[in-house]
Design a protein around this ligand. Structure first.
Ligand code: HEC
Ligand code: HEC
Length: 253
């Protein structure tokens, strides 16, 4: 009886302690050699996409033949810290945009160029390049004012039981952190490493591709890349990752 009570107290203490500070990046649960590979720019395969994003940055595109660099200059200074505060509300349209959508908005609105396909190599490369400029900086998204209803919708999605398995994101990424699941160890589900290189995919992929894999895992509907539901969810994930450092490009199993 006494030990059962004790176990309950410990369990509850664990639940309370799961604040932003104590959440665990998937990186920390990887085998040491993969952690070392992510940390080494010469060995991290995601750096290939970062490098190709760097080339695209100064390549003219669209009817006005403008490049990103013509307006934004040196990305290492102009893009520093930006990914750490996305998704964010676009002042002009009032829409919540993630980084991929913000980049595509620049192409359509500022360059008279076509939007790049989500999950295509060019958008992955540009997103990885821009996000990489925030590597090592703490995530800090706005969740107040116009962002508040999006954050709330994302939070609801996160706690809703889904799919044939009828489990929520939280049941894995809060309640079972550290446990093994099909060769993985479950992390806190932070969005800080993305786009990331997954060995399983043998390539770079977006956060939404990772979310689709989690949706499939519980036999729930896979939503479209860039769907408003996933962007709201992304904002919630970024909010609960507050203060965690951007890792892009992450390396994952
Ligand atoms: C013709 C000038 C122009 C070009 C070219 C351009 N942008 Fe922009 N960009 C802007 C302006 C202006 C803003 C501010 C928001 C707005 O008005 O769209 C912006 C905003 C951004 C932001 C968000 C910054 C923030 O503080 O939130 C990102 C990221 C971005 N651009 C990336 C890119 C990328 C990547 C490219 C190339 C594919 C690009 N931009 C090309 C003008 C440009
Ligand atoms: C059945 C358990 C399970 C459920 C439910 C689940 N996931 Fe996952 N998720 C995993 C596993 C396993 C991984 C890969 C290991 C890891 O990073 O945790 C993962 C990875 C992730 C990652 C990548 C973390 C990183 O740093 O690479 C994110 C983000 C994520 N999940 C978010 C979600 C969201 C949001 C939901 C709800 C829509 C969800 N997951 C539902 C098991 C689950």
């Amino acid at each position: 009886m006494r030990s059962a009570l004790l176990a309950l107290v410990v369990l509850m203490a664990g639940a309370i302690a799961a604040t932003a500070e104590t959440r665990t990046s998937a990186r920390e649960l990887l085998p040491p050699e993969l952690q070392a590979q992510q940390a080494d720019d010469d060995a991290n395969p995601g750096m290939l996409w970062v490098t190709s994003g760097q080339q695209l940055w100064s390549m003219p595109a669209g009817a006005n033949a403008k490049s990103c660099s013509e307006c934004h200059g040196d990305a290492t200074t102009s893009m520093r810290g930006i990914a750490a505060r996305y998704p964010a509300i676009d002042a002009k349209s009032g829409r919540l945009m993630n980084l991929e959508q913000r980049i595509n908005n620049c192409r359509t609105a500022n360059m008279a160029a076509a939007a790049l396909p989500y999950e295509g190599e060019d958008l992955l490369a540009l997103t990885a390049y821009v996000a990489h400029q925030s590597r090592g900086l703490p995530v800090s998204v706005r969740i107040d004012n116009a962002a508040a209803p999006h954050f709330e919708a994302g939070r609801r999605f996160y706690f809703e039981r889904q799919g044939q398995l009828n489990v929520s994101c939280s049941q894995c990424h809060d309640d079972n952190v550290g446990r093994r699941l099909r060769g993985d160890r479950i992390s806190s589900g932070l969005p800080t490493a993305w786009p990331a290189y997954r060995l399983d995919w043998q390539k770079m992929g977006s956060l939404h591709r990772r979310l689709r894999a989690c949706s499939l895992g519980v036999r729930a509907e896979q939503l479209d890349f860039g769907s408003p539901e996933y962007v709201n969810l992304e904002l919630y994930l970024a909010g609960r990752a507050d203060g965690h450092l951007v890792e892009t490009p992450g390396l994952r199993k």
